[in-house]
Design a protein around this ligand. Structure first.
Ligand SMILES: Nc1nc2c(ncn2[C@@H]2O[C@H](COP(=O)(O)OP(=O)(O)OP(=O)(O)O)[C@@H](O)[C@H]2O)c(=O)[nH]1
Length: 440
């Protein structure tokens, strides 16, 4: 068999190339700028869709587009001029579409040392390259997400070593970058727990999550000593066949949202003028306390209060003065009540007070105290100081009651009776309170 550098029989050459097993080709070097395809092997045919018989002897310029030919010839020239093996990546637009190759070229010389041929082998790397591009794309998206995420993110690997984190994570926890870079898990955990209202609970929960590889956590509330509220989300990371890769933690600052929710809750439950609870809240509390008092046979009382001749105050001193009376009236009542009592504005100048664990006698005494305190208040009116009085109906839970409404209706009736008695008095289910002191 002739030397491959000089053999001119394409069929013979092709047979030689087939031994290589990989896609291979031989290029005839006619001159510095003229290259012809001498042979391609079966594997090359298979991968590129070209046929040896169609291309053997053809100039590279005839086989490829001008742009591709210029690229290919550039690589051939480098090999010829360098007189050494070379390898490179190239793109070939073949009938089957765009493909990517890793090509190696070896210069072949004749007896005089002239390079007469180039032996090339080519591995298609389209899939690898697509995978590389996809991986690069994914990592670009991921780092953009990490950089811009409003959540603090921490990824810990299967050995509980901190693997990656974002800027927001450092900001949220005020952890120095150096602690993270040193992968000092203990120092990082201390920096975190030092800021918590309940560090033990935090540590216990983190341990439990690390112990259970599968468990997810959704919106666990974390209260910080500085008043901020964070929410934590966490899930295990698993690779192929369920291999545990670690855990990802998200921390979200929800302080503003929590404050807003709290404010909305407060607004929906209170009367904006006086700050007392509204009727809806009162009815909810009444329902609960009624059930509790019935079940445990505990006392429960209710006062219904209505400022006397309030229309005259508005008319005589102005609406703003009327508002001031309502506010101070609520202040006086609030000061006299326990935290378990519930004071609510039922509408206009009518208020109700629910007194758990209080019998009729104690409730009546409280009503009298309130009535006296209210009458003692002095207000600045346009035409000089003025005072107000309040009428109060008092009732307590009755054996016969079958619904909380009964208590309310009876308290209302007592209030009506107090008004009928001439106002500024306390009327109970058993009649007018004996402590009446200040007639209207
Ligand atoms: N300033 C002020 N007045 C209010 C408010 N809500 C209700 N009122 C007034 O309270 C007055 C209640 O008047 P009435 O229901 O006639 O009762 P009253 O004048 O207190 O008479 P008696 O209850 O029978 O002693 C009305 O003039 C209402 O306009 C409020 O938020 N602010």
């Amino acid at each position: 068999m002739d030397d491959i550098s000089s053999n001119r029989d394409p069929a013979e050459l092709r047979k030689m190339l087939d031994y290589l097993g990989v896609a291979a080709f031989l290029i005839d070097v006619d001159s510095h700028d003229a290259f012809r395809l001498a042979a391609i092997n079966a594997r090359h045919e298979q991968l590129t869709g070209m046929k040896h018989d169609d291309v053997a002897g053809c100039s590279v310029d005839d086989l490829l587009s001008p742009e591709m030919a210029a690229n290919v010839k550039g690589n051939y020239r480098l090999c010829v001029e360098g007189r050494a093996a070379t390898d490179y990546r190239e793109v070939l637009d073949l009938p089957a579409g765009r493909t990517y190759w890793h090509t190696a070229l070896v210069p072949l010389m004749d007896d005089t040392g002239r390079i007469t041929r180039l032996l090339g082998t080519a591995h298609e790397i389209s899939d690898t390259l697509h995978l590389e591009l996809e991986t690069r794309y994914q990592s670009t998206v991921l780092s953009a997400y990490l950089d811009e995420s409003p959540d603090g993110i921490l990824v810990v690997d299967a050995d509980n070593t901190m693997r990656t984190w974002n800027r927001r994570f450092l900001e949220l926890w005020s952890i120095p970058e150096a602690v993270m870079e040193a992968r000092d898990g203990e120092a990082a955990l201390k920096a975190v727990t030092d800021q918590l209202v309940d560090p033990e609970d935090f540590i216990e929960r983190v341990k439990a999550l690390y112990a259970s590889l599968e468990e997810e956590e959704q919106g666990m509330r974390i209260d910080m000593k500085d008043g901020r509220v964070l929410e934590r989300y966490s899930r295990g990371l698993h690779g192929p066949a369920g291999v545990y890769w670690g855990r990802i933690w998200f921390y979200r600052d929800v302080t503003d949202r929590e404050r807003m929710t709290e404010e909305l809750r407060r607004l929906s439950q209170t009367d904006p003028l006086t700050g007392a609870a509204n009727r809806r809240v009162f009815m909810d509390v009444l329902r609960e306390e009624y059930e509790r008092a019935r079940r445990y046979r505990h006392p429960l009382s209710m006062l219904m209060l209505d400022l006397d001749r309030f229309k005259q105050i508005n008319d005589g001193h102005g609406h703003a003065a009327g508002d001031e009376v309502l506010k101070r009236f609520v202040d006086v009542c609030t000061q006299a009540l326990r935290s378990s009592d519930c004071l609510a504005r039922m509408g206009g100048e009518e208020f109700a007070i629910l007194l758990p664990e209080t019998d009729l006698h104690a409730a009546t005494r409280l009503a009298e105290r309130l009535r006296i305190s209210v009458a003692a208040m002095v207000f600045a009116g346009a035409d000089g100081p003025f005072a107000v009085t309040v009428s109060i109906g008092v009732t307590d839970l009755d054996e016969e009651d079958t619904a909380e409404d009964h208590l309310l209706t009876r308290a209302d009736k007592c209030l009506y009776a107090a008004k009928a008695e001439g106002r500024n008095c306390v009327f109970t289910a058993q009649g007018l309170s004996q402590c009446r002191q200040h007639p209207a």
